[in-house]
Design a protein around this ligand. Structure first.
Ligand code: DUC
Ligand code: ZN
Ligand code: ZN
Length: 465
């Protein structure tokens, strides 16, 4: 039967390895792989390009309630436009209840914002901040059954942080209903102690955000989160790991038999706390949690990426505008780092940064790149039809040009933020075409076509260890 589309001449990164292999697409799925040239209605000439499974960014924040007067820079239209421009075909944003909303009401509100507006596929993780009997006994089990098979708990931030007891209660729901818990591991009391001391000493500059969240704050919470997951006997993802000591806790937990997965992000291999110390208020552009560390920690994070300790490389896209009082320049932000919204934009630059710094500089193979940017996200978060160039999977494919060199520039990006932390960062190897279920949604770096993204119901997480 004639194919809808044939991708001809690319080096394809499949579960069997990277090799020259033509890719046939029919009805939005990959239906044929091989060296022959079958008949197709459309042929995409891809000699010299690399065909990767479409990127899955399983850690993004879109239109998330961010406190009074503060607004995220991206809605679903702009975030997913940026996502496809950066070579992604699926994103997993977090669903945070607003005010007194229940989790179920929050999911309905996110659907209202997302449905029909997305250029790539979307599925929501949940953020569990309430542990009342209705949330844990009714809402969470119903939402897991409806395909929300992962949720995040926080060990920091007033209003979000759960006690150890509460985390255990949430974990036991995950255990009973087959879900994965994700944790933001930073010790809130320790941070508050350090912030109060900084306040007393009159230290309010952006760099104090990093100085009041030092490595031990994250390392201790990482150890505690793993311990709680061992007690509850649930799989756990430690998200946005920033440093070698936390990674060491993860290795030790695994050696004991804990089912713990690890995620890191571009900011922890390319930015440092010194970036928060840039002149004037520039440092606010780099305020995120955990904060960027230093070059020694970059080396530790790279070792974890190279050795496969990290299953996931995500962006933690959490965009705010810089020149905006609803963003980084919030009331009081110039006087105290406490008032600077936490988060940086990154959904569009995650893949080019890792491709350039990892693949092109010879640190990681094409296969590992595909695993930590797509395949493992699909396996861990229950996206059965995603994450691999394989017959039967959705035809979510990104074509990469390894010969294209250009710096990252805000003027070339598509997100809603007014800056990028990587302004001027030189990248070799860029995505040049993104196909979502066989349809081209980005061409030559520019998003293309109508918003064809769908909401994905997910299955239980596949245990990787
Ligand atoms: N945690 C995240 O995961 N994203 C942005 C801010 C934060 O603290
Ligand atoms: Zn977090
Ligand atoms: Zn995040």
């Amino acid at each position: 039967m004639t194919l809808d589309t044939l991708i001809l001449g690319a080096r394809a990164v499949t579960p069997a390895g990277a090799a020259l292999c033509n890719i046939g697409i029919r009805g939005g799925r990959i239906t044929w792989l091989g060296e022959d040239v079958p008949e197709a209605a459309e042929v995409i000439a891809a000699t010299g390009l690399i065909a990767m499974p479409g990127g899955i960014d399983s850690h993004v924040h879109i239109s998330q309630p961010s406190g009074p007067g503060i607004e995220m820079a991206d809605d679903f239209a702009s975030a997913t436009r940026a996502a496809v421009a950066g070579g992604n075909t699926t994103v997993l944003p977090f669903c945070l209840p607003e005010g007194g909303q229940s989790l179920r009401e929050a999911v309905a509100a996110y659907h209202a914002r997302a449905d029909g507006n997305c250029m790539c596929d979307v599925s929501f993780h949940l953020i569990v901040k309430d542990t009342d009997p209705v949330t844990l006994g009714q809402d969470l089990p119903a939402l897991i059954a409806a395909g929300h098979t992962s949720f995040k708990v926080f060990m920091t931030y007033q209003g979000l942080a759960l006690t150890d007891r509460e985390i255990l209660e949430v974990m036991s729901v995950a255990k009973a209903h087959g879900a994965l818990v994700m944790v933001h591991a930073e010790n809130e009391d320790a941070i508050e102690f350090l912030r109060d001391r900084a306040d007393r000493e009159g230290e309010g500059a952006p760099v104090w955000h990093a100085r009041t969240r030092p490595v031990p704050v994250e390392r201790e919470a990482t150890h505690r989160a793993i311990t709680l997951a061992e007690i509850a006997d649930v799989p756990l993802t430690i998200v946005h790991v920033s440093n070698g000591e936390s990674l060491e806790e993860i290795r030790r937990g695994r050696a004991r038999g804990a089912k713990v997965f690890a995620e890191t992000c571009p900011q922890y291999i390319t930015l440092t706390a010194d970036d928060l110390d840039r002149a004037g208020f520039e440092g606010a552009k780099f305020v995120c949690s955990p904060p960027p560390r230093d070059r020694e920690n970059w080396a530790d994070i790279w070792a974890g990426i190279e050795q496969g300790t990290f299953e996931l490389f995500s962006s933690d896209h959490c965009p705010f505008r810089f020149a905006d009082t609803a963003g980084k320049d919030a009331p009081g932000a110039r006087a105290s780092f406490r008032n600077i919204p936490n988060g940086i934009p990154g959904v569009e630059t995650r893949l080019p940064i890792l491709f350039s710094e990892g693949v092109m500089k010879g640190r990681i193979s094409l296969e590992r790149f595909a695993a930590i940017t797509s395949t493992n996200h699909a396996r861990l978060y229950g996206l059965a039809t995603k994450g691999a160039i394989m017959v039967g999977k959705d035809a979510d494919i990104t074509l990469w040009d390894p010969s294209l060199t250009k710096p990252i520039r805000q003027t070339g990006l598509h997100h809603g933020s007014d800056y990028t932390p990587w302004e001027g960062f030189e990248v070799t190897g860029w995505p040049v075409r993104t196909l979502l279920r066989g349809q081209t949604v980005m061409l030559g770096g520019e998003p293309a076509g109508p918003p064809a993204g769908r909401h994905l119901e997910r299955t239980a997480p596949e245990t990787l260890l």
